[in-house]
Design a binder for this molecule. Sequence first.
Ligand SMILES: Nc1ncnc2c1ncn2[C@@H]1O[C@H](COP(=O)(O)OP(=O)(O)O)[C@@H](O)[C@H]1O
Ligand SMILES: [Mg+2]
Length: 322
Amino acid sequence: MSDQKIKLHIESLTKKYSQKEGVENIQLDVYDQELLTLLGPSGCGKTTILRSIGGFHKIDSGMMTLDGTPIQNLPPEKRPTGMVFQSYNLWPHMTVYENMAFGLKLRKTPKKEIDRLIKKMLEMVKMSGVEKKYPSQLSGGQQQRVAIARALVLKPSLLLLDEPFSALDAKIRQQMREELKRIQQEAGLTIIFVTHDQEEALAISDRIAVMNQGCIEQLDTPDVVYDHPASRFVAGFIGEMNFIREEDKEIAIRPEDVLIEHGSGAIVQQVMPLGHYTQVLIENDRQETIKAYIPKGGSADFQPGDLVTYKFNRVQEFAVKN
Ligand SMILES: Nc1ncnc2c1ncn2[C@@H]1O[C@H](COP(=O)(O)OP(=O)(O)O)[C@@H](O)[C@H]1O
Ligand SMILES: [Mg+2]
């Protein structure tokens, strides 16, 4: 990735609200045609970064370039960015066509061209033929497709998506992920995607910036963030993790790295089949509960009450601050 062209460059971005929450000293490069996710718990500053890029509030300090041009002093309508929010994106009193044509009309695009672009974009998001419908006649997922199409019809250089699927049902959310990935690849889009859902981030991203309390704690590919979390916070936030305290440190073990066999030293508390794997909770002689994942058809059957031995395939250590 590092040999790729930088699309968006953010340097020392700080934006604080009255109570001193916000984000501080954010450094971030987004590559051309990359899907980069800002991931973190609610309130960690994801939307603050997105609004700073889109120009929807004044930043305290820092600088941003998009395609090499400084943007931090431009009003939002002059920035080559498009934004889609969690919900309420479409104007309810306008048809899909009117919603999508609005920005193009402001740009004095000829009617014929508007029609052509709208048709093309609706095709891309698999919503052909809904031009005359009102938002209330569409499902939530369909509305979000149209909202994405409406942003894309203006050909933004950078697409900003703020938890666009969080209000949708799990099944639709998963479909939308796959669709977004396809659209991104088809159209060669650069996207900053915001979510608090680590599974969604792992599934969709080229790179993930994991945020905590206004800072980026780690920025890397999903594999690296999962396999080599840079901090205790990242280790706990992404995926499932066992933490075991050992004097001045904590060791972290993924459930798939816990190997158990019939033997002694621990007792099986609970066995839960979860489709392609089984979750087994064991308790060791220090009364610590450890979660293990066993692949389906992988090894011996376990029942609650069984005595087992366990070992860890791979561990990570984190210092404990006292
Ligand atoms: N307009 C605002 N005024 C005051 N505080 C705000 C405002 N917007 C966000 N905050 C605070 O800033 C922090 C970061 O918010 P936000 O960027 O919305 O987080 P996220 O999108 O990750 O949930 C939170 O503590 C939030 O309460
Ligand atoms: Mg937010």
